[in-house]
Design a protein around this ligand. Structure first.
Ligand code: GUN
Length: 294
């Protein structure tokens, strides 16, 4: 039986540490980290995510600014808001919830965010910094996955890591982070041939495809560490809604060495890492040393 990696417990402890260093930042420097979250349209899942990000920011002692814009918002209007937030000294982190409506060019909006306020780590400058190994902002979900992996495995050097999924938000930055940790990294995706064989070589398997229970236990190397990024809503025979990951948890549990559950694995780490990045941004923008959190 695999060990279950508890992201809920880990993220709570991380949020507590952030709350503590945030209180000192306020006491000693008079700086309160500020996070601006922008949502365009009324996608129900995005509304929940943005609301939770705001709540968690408040609880950590941050200023939280939420902008809920109608789906009819133009690209120029959104860019103008980003411009204002870039100038606002109370705002240290800017997050534009994705996906955006089709009439708005995502890359134009993301790259309009000041790179030092880009706490999602999606700006070209931060992508470049991650790939070249320079200090910048790392996307929150892969950062959370890496924290769980290092907490469980310690040194990752030399391990075979397979990332299933090649999105800009998770797959690609995850692969870059694992490479930085000296893993031998494979990125697999929907066109990969013999995906089962590729997965079976993984000491670390990160599943980020968004397809419910796509990876069965038979594809897993005995003892491997499994990070399941998927959050898929499915309905059982009785019509009850349930959240499942990209990995078939029951069968994987029998083979893996350790695995993150859904819910309660990677999910809660994302917001904790967003708070982490925003705290760091507040320090860096004010030329204040960043307290070590881990
Ligand atoms: N949509 C799905 N994941 C994310 C994320 O990490 N950040 C933003 N801004 N949008 C998302």
């Amino acid at each position: 039986m695999a060990i279950i990696i508890d992201g809920k417990v880990f993220s709570e402890s991380l949020r507590k540490k952030i709350q503590k260093v945030t209180a000192s930042l306020k006491d000693q420097q008079g700086i309160k980290p500020g996070l601006a979250a922008v949502l365009v349209g009324a996608d129900p899942a995005s509304e929940v995510y943005v609301r939770n990000k705001g709540r968690r920011a408040d609880k950590a002692g941050f200023n939280s600014f939420q902008y809920k814009l109608p789906v009819t918002t133009t690209e120029d209007e959104l860019l103008s808001l980003i411009g204002q937030l870039n100038q606002d000294s109370q705002v240290h982190g800017i997050l534009v919830q994705l996906p955006l409506p089709d009439h708005i060019a995502e890359s134009k909006v993301i790259n309009a965010i000041h790179p030092e306020k880009d706490v999602d780590g999606f700006h070209y400058e931060n992508v470049g910094r991650l790939v070249t190994g320079e200090e910048g902002y790392v996307p929150c979900t892969p950062l959370g996955c890496l924290m769980l992996l290092k907490h469980h495995l310690g040194n990752l050097s030399g391990l075979n890591a397979v990332v299933v999924g090649r999105s800009n938000i998770v797959g690609k930055p995850m692969a870059a982070l694992l490479l930085k940790e000296s893993c031998t990294v494979t990125i697999a995706h929907s066109r990969t041939r013999n995906l089962a064989d590729v997965c079976r070589r993984a000491d670390i398997l990160v599943a980020a495809v968004g397809r419910p229970e796509m990876i069965p236990g038979e594809w897993i190397k005995p003892g491997a560490t499994i990070i399941d990024v998927g959050i898929n809503r499915v309905y059982d025979a009785q019509g009850n809604k349930r959240l499942v990951g990209d990995v078939d948890f029951e069968s994987a549990l029998k083979v893996a060495g350790a695995i993150t559950p859904v819910p309660g694995g990677v999910g809660p780490m994302t917001i904790a890492c967003l708070l982490h990045n925003t705290y760091v941004a507040a320090c860096r923008l004010n030329d204040v040393p960043v307290a070590r959190i881990e």
